[in-house]
Design a protein around this ligand. Structure first.
Ligand code: FAD
Ligand code: EPU
Length: 265
């Protein structure tokens, strides 16, 4: 197990956030030790806005056995969804295509029930192993309260591994579905972001509403609402969490939208 003090701006896709003590756990025994004091769990850092002052809690990152995976058995929660999708496409296994383009570890995708209108993480799960209250527990997905970008995991949960439900569909069919998802993502910006900042209200798109309200291009310091897609706040380089947060509030003063990101600190 490695324990280091690191700036979370380096471990998050938005590229903002101050320091924390990062505990990279390699075994369930490490995890038991790391969770003896207050902690947070870091995945790929793709849905996080971390305060400039950082966070006082331990930040648990998954390494070692938590990154190992096997489609016929268990898949570690630290594995990258993009790696799994690449491999499943080659094998003609269907189930993860809806997550094409979603930067996430398996654990983060489970927690957020990440996905697109073409499919969500919950739909690809058979079993989920979770560490909480000092022990490992196995759940079926219907026990975990999944809905749009939401799960109801027990408090203090660390997802450790999952069994995926992938179906033989053939490489061509899997690649055709990935192409559909890819086309739907074409308008999204390439600059540093944490994906969509706000949840979509039922039956509408937050991005469309922000666009229609004329807020694209609105900036606070180095944080800006993308010209390409209204629901992406991009870091133009050197943005602070305070600036990003101020931009979220500016949007919420005009539109009643719920923030999708998790805010740390
Ligand atoms: P993190 O951001 O590190 O963490 C998110 C939450 O999950 C936190 O609460 C964290 O504590 C928790 N968590 C992480 N790992 C674990 C674990 N092992 N056990 C328990 N809890 C854990 N999302 C979509 O749904 N659809 C999209 O189309 C999409 N597009 C995106 C495009 C871009 C360019 C970017 C940057 C982001 C996008 N996102 C999208 C957002 C993001 O990829 C998802 O929310 C993803 O699920 C976050 O996973 P992560 O591993 O990065 O988790
Ligand atoms: N639109 C605009 N202006 C904009 C953005 C969008 O008019 O600035 C319009 C589009 O033209 C389209 C409609 O709004 O008619 C919907 O847009 P889009 O297809 O981009 O989908 P979205 O609802 O904005 C959702 C997810 C994305 C996911 C895409 C692709 C949410 C909050 N967003 O975006 O997820 O990648 O669909 O399926 O659910 C994320 O959650 O982080 C994320 C990026």
């Amino acid at each position: 197990m490695k324990v280091e003090r690191l700036p979370l701006s380096k471990l998050t896709t938005l590229g903002v956030g101050g320091p924390a003590e990062v505990w990279t756990v390699e075994t369930p025994e490490d995890l038991a030790r790391a969770t003896e004091a207050p902690y947070r769990v870091l995945g790929n850092g793709s849905n996080l806005l971390v305060a400039d002052a950082g966070v006082p809690e331990r930040v648990i990152a998954l390494g070692g056995v938590f990154k190992e995976w096997d489609f016929a058995g268990w898949v570690g929660a630290g594995a990258l969804v993009s790696t799994l999708l690449l491999k499943s496409a080659r094998l003609g296994l269907s189930g993860l295509e809806g997550l094409h383009g979603v930067p996430a570890q398996v654990g983060g995708a489970v927690k957020m029930n990440a996905g697109t209108r073409f499919g969500e993480m919950a739909g690809a799960l058979e079993l989920v192993e979770i560490f909480h209250d000092g022990a490992l527990h196995v759940y079926r997905p219907e026990e975990l309260g999944f809905s749009y970008r939401h799960s109801a995991l027990p408090p203090g949960s660390v997802v450790t591994r999952v069994r995926l439900r992938l179906l033989e569909a053939g490489e061509e069919a899997v690649r055709a579905k990935i192409a559909l998802v890819d086309a739907a993502r074409k308008g999204q910006p390439k600059k540093k972001s944490a994906g969509c900042a706000f949840k979509n209200p039922a039956g509408d798109s937050a991005g469309r509403l922000i666009d229609r309200a004329g807020l694209k291009g609105l900036a606070v310091g180095r944080a800006m609402i993308s010209h390409e897609h209204g629901n992406f706040i991009v870091n133009l380089g050197g943005a602070t969490a305070r600036e990003v947060y101020a931009l979220l509030r500016r949007v919420q003063r005009v539109l009643p939208l719920e923030v999708e990101w998790e805010i740390w600190g």
